[in-house]
Design a protein around this ligand. Sequence first.
Ligand SMILES: [Cu+2]
Length: 183
Amino acid sequence: MTIKTQRGTIAASIAALLLLAGCASEPATPSAAPTQQAGDVVTITDAWVKAAPEGMTAGFGVLENPTGEDVTVVSVQTPAAKAGELHETVADDSGAKVMRQIDGGFTIPADGAFKLEPGGNHLMLMDLTAPLKAGQKVTFTLTFSDKSTMSFTAPVKDYSGANENYSGGEHMDMGDGGMDEGK
Ligand SMILES: [Cu+2]
C-alpha cells in the first residue's frame, strides 16, 4: 500500500512537471511567432514628388498590400519637410477641390492597392526644409498601425497640377491656425 501510494505520488509529480514544462513553452508559440509586419511587405511603385521652391508639396505613388488583411498607414515623415501629413482631396461646399488630413489614415485593402495621385490622396509635405528641384530625391518613412515602418525614396519631378487648396486655410497658410483636422 505504501509503495503504491508513493508511486502514485511520483507519477503525479512527473505529470505536474510535464504540465509545467508544457505551460512554460506554450506561450512562446502564439505570442512570439513572427507575425508579418506591414512595413516588411507593403510596397510602393511609381513614387514621385512634385517639385516646389518652398512651402508645401506632395508625394504620390501606388501602395500595394500583398497580405490577406487590410493595413493602414497612420503617419508619414520625411527630412524634406518639417511635417508630413496624410491627405485626401474632397469637394467643398462650392464644389472646389480642397485637401485635408484623412481620418484614420490610408487603409490599403487586403491583396489590394491604394493610389496616391494628384487630385486625390497624397503624402503632404508641409513647410519644406529646402527647395525641391526635379532630379532630386526625397526619402519617406511611412508608419503603419502595427507600429512597423517602411522607407522609400522618390524622385522629384516638375508637375503643374496638384494645386488644390488646403481645406480651412489659405493655400500658403500652414500655421497652426490653418489646419482643418478631422472634419
Ligand atoms: Cu495635401
